[in-house]
Design a protein around this ligand. Structure first.
Ligand code: 5AD
Ligand code: SF4
Length: 439
């Protein structure tokens, strides 16, 4: 038998890219590839890229430059660019970087085996269509490699919200929800291979409206059906828009024990003026009311969010409104970014805030968010949590797992506990994790 060809995939950006990278590896598995952790050993290198901010997109070109010596040493090496930079820049990547053999967008990677064959024949291949067919119908369905106890599962892709700063509606396209039966089959398959926790993914996952028994299903209905799968212990979903947080989903946080008490609910800004300029279609007040309702359903819900500072037109008073909103919500953790003008988006045409002002605001916001994160973690000390053990820790005899609130937790426990859920008591809060003992 011919020796397997080796595939090295490097993934940037969001969790959906992590999921897509796995599926691309499976697709190329049908062309005889196995994955490798070492770029130097690879017959094909794929960069699965992110276009959300300028820095993320520029990284791709500097990374590609670093592969030059590898290609010099092994002229048969093929280099591909996948993901959102591929979608946004297409042919331009080929022009800017002659090393690249293949460019494939997020909606066409089921065509990778055919593209790979073309590339082996000396072609350079670009495919950034939004095809009629559903890629998931054309990807291998067979058993995937055995894996850890947590997995991502894409249920929805694309976004119709068109926030003024965001490239997602252009790179990932319009909102599309996968049918219920496909999701259920994929979930059962994951559970059969040892997965205990599934995170449902979508750019706008709570806008899920897939076809199932009796017509259109909501995300809440999907979660309730998944909760009936034996062996699946935990369900999460990300990422959500406040306007799609409907009553049945709020209720599920209160009455569905397998739905974890952690919610990533980006608000971006606390200023109504800026929210309007961002085309967010909600106010700071409506967001705060929503958080109240969620906390009424699930009092211990831990909240996470995304913030952009320095959006065009943001004044000091607007920024103070963001700080006030953060104080009012008290986040368990959150992500914050300096506004980055993205070509093709409406906000890219507007006058920007001075960089030093935006940087200063970012630091102030981040120190408030860090303070809240620390306070949340310190508040866990002495409390009982449940931990799903995922992998060995750095110290011998130690495992790392995740709490229901998504904190990384270090616990002394035997390695055969990986994949199990244990009750633990938190002993200490460390920088980005907790230490705990099995009860
Ligand atoms: N500049 C800065 N941050 C952005 N995000 C999206 N687009 C931009 C941009 N142009 C942030 C938002 C979003 C997260 C995934 O990335 O906060 O929720
Ligand atoms: Fe981008 Fe999210 Fe807004 Fe959609 S809802 S445009 S993905 S920030």
């Amino acid at each position: 038998m011919a020796e397997a060809k080796k595939l090295f995939i490097k993934t940037y950006g969001c969790q959906m890219n992590v999921y897509d990278s796995e599926r691309m590896a499976e697709a190329l598995g049908t062309s005889g590839y196995v994955t490798t952790e070492r770029a130097e050993d690879a017959d094909m290198i794929l960069l699965n890229t992110c276009h959300i901010r300028e820095k993320a997109a520029e990284k791709v070109y500097s990374e590609l430059g670093r592969f030059k010596p590898l290609k010099a040493a092994n002229p048969a090496l093929k280099i591909g660019v996948a993901g959102c930079v591929a979608q946004a820049e297409g042919e331009e990547i080929m022009r800017r970087q002659p090393l690249v053999d293949l460019v494939v967008g997020p909606q066409t990677y089921h065509r990778l085996p055919a593209m790979e064959a073309a590339v082996q024949n000396g072609a350079r291949a670009v495919d950034t269509d939004f095809p009629e067919e559903d890629k998931f119908d054309h990807l291998p369905r067979g058993p995937r490699a055995t894996r850890g106890p947590t997995a991502f599962l894409t249920v929805q892709e694309g976004c119709d919200k068109f926030c003024a700063f965001c490239v997602v509606p252009y790179t990932r396209g319009a909102e599309v929800s996968r049918p219920v039966d496909r999701i259920m089959t994929e979930a059962r398959d994951l559970v059969a291979r040892g997965v205990r926790e599934i995170t449902l993914l979508g750019q706008n996952v709570n806008a899920y409206h897939g076809q199932g028994d009796g017509g259109d299903w909501t995300l809440a209905r999907l979660i309730r059906a998944l909760a009936k799968v034996d062996g699946l212990e935990r369900i999460r979903f990300t990422t959500s828009h406040p306007n799609d947080m409907e009553d049945d989903l709020i209720a599920a946080h209160g009455d569905e024990p397998k739905l974890m008490p952690y919610l990533h609910l980006p608000v971006q800004s606390g200023s109504d003026r800026i929210l309007k300029a961002m085309n967010r279609k909600h106010t700071a007040e409506s967001y705060l009311r929503l958080i109240e309702r969620l906390r009424a359903a699930r009092p211990d819900l831990l909240l996470s969010g995304d913030f952009i500072v320095g959006f065009p037109g943001e004044t000091e008073a607007d920024f103070e409104d963001t700080m006030a909103l953060v104080r009012a919500v008290h986040y368990g953790q959150a992500y914050s970014f300096k506004y980055s003008a993205r070509p093709g988006t409406p906000a890219a045409e507007r006058e920007t805030v001075a960089d030093d002002v935006a940087t200063d605001r970012l630091h102030r916001l981040q120190s408030l968010l860090t303070e809240q994160q620390r306070a949340t973690q310190t508040g866990m000390v002495g409390r009982e949590l449940s931990v799903l053990f995922e992998k060995p820790g750095r110290l011998p005899g130690q495992l790392i797992g995740k709490s229901e609130y998504l904190h990384a937790v270090h616990v002394r426990a035997p390695a055969d506990q990986i994949g199990q859920i244990a009750r633990v008591r938190v002993t200490e809060s460390v920088t980005n994790s907790l230490a705990a003992e099995v009860i």
